[in-house]
Design a protein around this ligand. Structure first.
Ligand SMILES: Nc1ncnc2c1ncn2[C@@H]1O[C@H](COP(=O)(O)OP(=O)(O)OP(=O)(O)O)[C@@H](O)[C@H]1O
Length: 496
């Protein structure tokens, strides 16, 4: 369990987080969402002892990170995918981490299999693409088969198979009674993975709830209707509901029958609308209940708390701002319906200045289901085994060709200017690890995206490893330091 209690942290005049409190429960994936600069990474870094908060505490299984003797076994973290030393091979990087935490070397091979990196163990991490680096970070987080995972944007740079894999991994960990804290900018991704949500904006918690409650609370219902008699229906609804129903013309997402128009109607329930349509013998081709997506609810909640916001774009012929690009929805009214919305826009029906008919500038998408829902098409994944096998093969080929060919621009996260020192504390380097082996996850060699899970280890004894936290920080966070000091001395340095 990961407990964040009233954490506050300033960087100079900037209050990065301000009284942040929440709990990432055992047995659950907790999605941690917020716009750029909201304070997600700062919170996670504080939980991992990399930042000393001004006030508040962060506890992992009831203890601060700094008190852990073998942190990799308590909490696995993904923070900066480019943290491995560029001159080290992937295997050497993982081996250094494992040995400094008393983890047997064979576990290194297991996690490389799990992460789909088995074929590039001897490749220097400097030749890794962003996605491969991300996989390496995740492999490192899994090394100790920890009870808690803290994953900061783990799907950044991953291909669709990798995205599905991370989702499965999170669900698997939660199903084992472990706690997973997963940050993301993508509500759609979190909606498919998380049980609970924590949303922050400008350093403050805006919402804590389950995914289901969030959807029920924030989304609005509407009815989609396709009809060749849009004008008549619109006027009828206006009369019948005394202006309570809102009608919005939708862009055609698929071929509609000739002369038909897709509409979204709010302010009237499905049954009443169906009765009205039947009573007045209006021809319809489609009638379906819709709910706003979590993405829309999230956008509505965080609107105004974005620290960084893109400027509007205009181009010749643009008659209205596109999704998320401009401030104001246009006004419209059902009594003044006019056919032909501009393609690609969720335009409101034009009308005489009725604010209540304002169109949402975001695209209206079907309801996202819970964690077991099919993979969203934009993520490119498919839950079927056959598909994943194919993807896994592609991944292996991609990995094999990787050095020099798959270099991409840097990750979209704050660059850590400090390179990792290749050194492992000598006291750790030459010790033979002792204690039980860690079975953890075992990869299916035919399909790395699908793995079966042996029982978790019961007890692990770790002896004779000096300053494991230091090595963990060094390797996982890309910190460079000449000498090994007390972990507290490292907390502020090089965290970003
Ligand atoms: N070391 C630092 N020095 C100065 N300011 C910092 C530092 N770390 C974070 N900040 C500031 O604190 C705020 C929160 O940053 P943080 O990285 O936690 O946000 P985030 O939610 O993780 O953002 P993103 O989604 O873009 O990664 C930002 O305004 C950021 O600029």
């Amino acid at each position: 369990m990961i407990e964040i209690q009233r954490l506050t942290k300033r960087f100079g005049a900037k209050r990065a987080i301000d009284g942040v409190s929440f709990v990432a429960q055992d047995g659950k994936v907790t999605g941690f969402l917020g716009p750029n600069g909201a304070g997600k990474s700062t919170t996670m870094r504080a939980a991992l002892g990399l930042i000393r908060p001004d006030s508040g505490v962060a506890l992992i299984d009831g203890r601060p990170f700094a008190s852990m003797r073998s942190p990799l076994r308590e909490v696995g973290a993904v923070l900066n995918p480019r943290s491995a030393h560029k001159g080290r091979t992937a295997r050497a990087h993982l081996l250094a981490l494992a040995l400094s935490n008393g983890i047997p070397a064979k576990r290194v091979d297991q996690v490389m299999d799990i992460a789909g990196l088995a074929s590039v163990g001897k490749t220097k991490t400097g030749a890794f693409s962003l996605g491969m680096s991300q996989r390496l970070s995740i492999a490192a987080a899994l090394l100790g088969d920890p009870h808690n995972l803290i994953l900061d944007e783990p799907v950044n740079g991953l291909d669709p198979e990798g995205v599905v894999w991370v989702r499965q991994l999170c669900r698997y960990y939660a199903s084992q009674g472990r706690a997973v804290l997963l940050s993301s900018h993508l509500m759609s991704e979190v909606a498919q993975t998380a049980d609970d949500l924590v949303i922050i904006g400008r350093g403050r918690v805006l919402e804590r709830s389950s995914v289901a409650d969030f959807l029920a609370k924030h989304s609005t219902r509407s009815v989609r209707i396709v009809t060749p008699e849009a004008g008549r229906l619109s006027a009828l609804l206006d009369n019948a509901t005394h202006g309570q129903a809102h009608v919005e013309a939708l862009p055609a997402q698929s071929a509609l029958p000739a002369g038909a128009q897709a509409l979204r109607v709010t302010g009237i329930d499905l049954a009443r609308l169906a009765r009205l349509v039947a009573t007045h013998q209006i021809v319809i081709y489609e009638l379906a209940q819709e709910r706003a997506s979590l993405e829309e609810a999230y956008m509505a909640l965080t609107r105004g708390s974005e620290e960084y916001r893109a400027g509007g774009l205009t181009w010749p012929g643009a008659s209205a701002p596109g999704p998320g690009l401009g401030p104001g929805p246009s006004a419209g009214g059902p009594g003044a319906w006019a056919p032909g919305p501009t393609p690609g826009q969720g335009a409101a029906l034009p009308g005489p200045g009725r604010g209540r008919h304002a169109a949402q500038p975001t695209a209206w998408t079907p309801l996202m289901q819970g964690p077991s829902a099919p993979v969203a098409p934009e993520l490119g994944g498919a839950p079927g085994r056959g598909r994943s096998r194919g993807d896994a093969r592609t991944m292996r080929q991609g990995v094999a060709q990787a050095p020099g060919r798959h270099r991409r621009p840097g990750p979209p996260v704050a660059a850590n200017p400090v390179a990792t020192s290749p050194g492992t504390p000598s006291s750790a380097r030459h010790r033979k690890p002792q204690g039980q082996s860690l079975p953890g996850l075992v990869a299916d060699p035919e399909a790395p995206a699908h793995y079966h899970v042996p029982p978790l280890p019961t007890a692990v004894t770790q002896t004779g490893i000096a300053r494991p936290q230091t090595a963990w920080l060094q390797a996982a966070q890309g910190l460079r330091f000449g000498g090994v000091k007390s972990p507290n001395r490292l907390q502020e340095g090089g965290a970003r």
